[in-house]
Ligand binder design. Structure first.
Ligand code: KIV
Length: 276
């Protein structure tokens, strides 16, 4: 049973300025998804910097084929549960599909995820004009924003599947321009998903905000994985960019600690987890 009053590790809370300092000092940021209080506590105990309540919960928790069926109510429910398991780890929550359809909906979603559920930052996919407007509006109301570019799962139907983005020169240049645009709009953090190593490096070097990669190579300022993937319990084939950290270890805690250590030391991701 989850015990809410388990002792809190002695750690300073992770903050937006703290993440900027980590980038400046070259200290890699460790991010991992969580969807409930017990796993949140595992992340907290392992000293993970950021817990992400991703709309990937639609796939790994709810069993859908994409993230599109996830609603704002689902996100608020899971974010509130994760918040109860955290102390110093920063909590980031996804704006689900269509919660960003215009500025008013994005602000409503941000208010619920931060005010009601306890997130410290919201994540939003893409760099279309209405997304840049939403980032600026959230930021102006003191809601920190994590942008998400590259293989953005909410665009799965546009992409024709979960396909690596930015392989051609023109496409890579477009992703870099989008990254600069979300930063200029006020984003505090950027998740880059499913892009070649060289593009991950270009974006990370061009931006002053931290860039967290998932299938974006080793040069990013940090890494994120879906916890079910890194525990090897996602049904089907393991994504190339992930690794089963539970294999050969005897506990979830050991797997998470190994992931954190490998990200911080630069051992993960290795070449076999990257796209060229
Ligand atoms: O929804 C999610 O878990 C995500 C990560 C894959 C970055 O967006």
């Amino acid at each position: 049973m989850y015990v809410q009053n388990a002792s809190v590790p002695d750690r300073k809370p992770v903050t937006v300025p703290g993440l900027l300092a980590m980038k400046a000092e070259g200290r890699r940021i460790v991010m991992l998804t969580a969807y409930d209080a017990s796993f949140a506590w595992q992340l907290e105990s392992a000293g993970i910097d950021i817990a992400l309540v991703g709309d990937s919960l639609g796939m790994v928790v709810q069993g859908h084929r994409s993230t599109l069926p996830v609603t704002l109510d689902h996100m608020v429910y899971h974010t509130a549960a994760v918040a109860r398991g955290l102390a110093a780890t920063m909590l980031v929550a996804d704006l689900p599909f269509m919660a960003d359809r215009d500025v008013a909906h994005a602000l409503e979603a941000g208010a619920r995820l931060v005010g009601e559920a306890g997130a410290a930052m919201v994540k939003i996919e893409g760099a279309a004009p209405h997304i840049l407007e939403a980032i600026a509006a959230l930021s102006a109301r003191a809601i920190p924003v994590c942008a998400h570019l590259g293989l953005t799962p909410q665009s799965v139907h546009k992409f024709g599947g979960f396909r690596i983005q930015g392989r051609e020169q023109a496409a890579a240049d477009r992703v870099l321009a989008e990254a600069l645009a979300v930063q200029a709009a006020g984003a505090d953090l950027l998740v880059m998903e499913g892009v070649p190593v060289e593009l991950g490096r270009r974006v990370t070097e061009a931006l002053s905000i931290p860039v967290i990669g998932i299938g974006a190579g080793p040069h990013c300022d940090g890494q994120v994985l879906v916890i079910h993937d890194m525990l090897g319990i996602t049904p089907g084939k393991r994504p190339k960019f992930s690794k089963d950290f539970l294999a050969g270890r005897d506990s979830v805690a050991a797997a998470i600690a190994t992931y954190a250590g490998d990200v911080r030391s630069g051992v993960f991701p290795a070449p076999e987890h990257c796209f060229n």
